[in-house]
Design a protein around this ligand. Structure first.
Ligand code: ADP
Ligand code: MG
Length: 245
């Protein structure tokens, strides 16, 4: 298997000696509709190094969310491989995959996906309830993240008492709380005005530079993509080119 990937097609990515955190080879995905297979991703090859901030661009319907979901292990490929930190995620059982995701991947969504009945503190704490941390340890982590995203004074606010930008910062803190290596973000500034979107992007930039996170961010906003270190473009399911930001 490793022989196949080693001899496989060249991938988009910056050459380097360190193995990439994400290594995608010959990845294809089709959705089945009735008797038809509808191809969505075709022969994707992509490497993302640890500590990279990559923007995934492309028009609506080009397969960006599908690719992000495959990378995050919440959807299954039709063919090809995705290795993350050397683990071929298709080899994991459903239970192993859930554990792997909880430990390794933080999600940020366009519409924040916060629970409306929980406070900012409780929303951020939620992923930690699945861990063995004590309430005190959980509280310390949540407080540290509230401070990191500049919301220490909003801990007891519910989402409807926060602005869109503040809600997205809570969502970013929630994505970070288990200290995952990889953050996937699907149009994280898509529902924000320009200024607020800039603040969220600056925060994401800090996650890469100060905390060493790896981010794959879907966007169709070139200004948002320019904040990333690298852009990759999807056109009708094919990765077409790449330009340094
Ligand atoms: P993007 O995020 O770039 O807008 P998506 O990855 O959401 O694109 O969708 C790519 C294509 O796959 C679209 O044509 C969409 O209709 C189709 N698609 C996405 N999810 C499903 C699904 N669960 N079943 C069938 N088709 C889907
Ligand atoms: Mg999408």
């Amino acid at each position: 298997m490793s022989a196949t990937t080693a001899a496989g097609p060249p991938a988009q990515g910056t050459p380097g000696s360190e193995p990439p955190l994400i290594r995608i080879r010959s990845l294809s995905k089709a959705y089945r509709r009735g008797r038809l297979d509808i191809p969505v991703l075709e022969d994707i090859n992509l490497d993302v190094r640890s500590g990279e901030f990559v923007a995934l661009m492309g028009p609506s319907g080009s397969g960006k969310t599908t690719l992000l979901n495959l990378i995050a292990g919440i959807d299954q490929a039709s063919s090809g491989t995705i290795e993350i930190a050397g683990v071929d995620i298709a080899t994991l059982s459903e239970g192993q995959l859930a554990d792997w995701r909880a430990a390794n991947v933080g999600f940020i969504f366009q519409f924040y996906n916060l629970l409306p009945v929980l406070t900012a503190f409780e929303n951020i704490e939620l992923p930690l309830l699945l861990t063995r941390l004590s309430p005190r340890e959980r509280g310390e982590r949540v407080d540290a993240l509230l401070a990191l995203v500049g919301l220490a004074d909003r801990a007891d606010h519910r989402p409807n008492e926060l602005s869109g930008g503040q809600q997205q910062r809570v969502a970013i803190a929630r994505a970070l709380v288990t200290d995952p290596r990889l953050i996937v973000a699907d149009e994280p500034t898509g529902d924000l005005d320009r200024t607020t979107g800039e603040e969220v992007l600056q925060l994401m930039d800090r996650l890469v530079r100060e905390l060493g996170k790896t981010i794959v961010m879907v966007t169709h906003d070139p200004k948002a993509a320019a904040k990333a270190q690298r852009m990759v473009h999807l056109e009708k399911g094919v990765l077409v080119d790449e330009a340094p930001a």
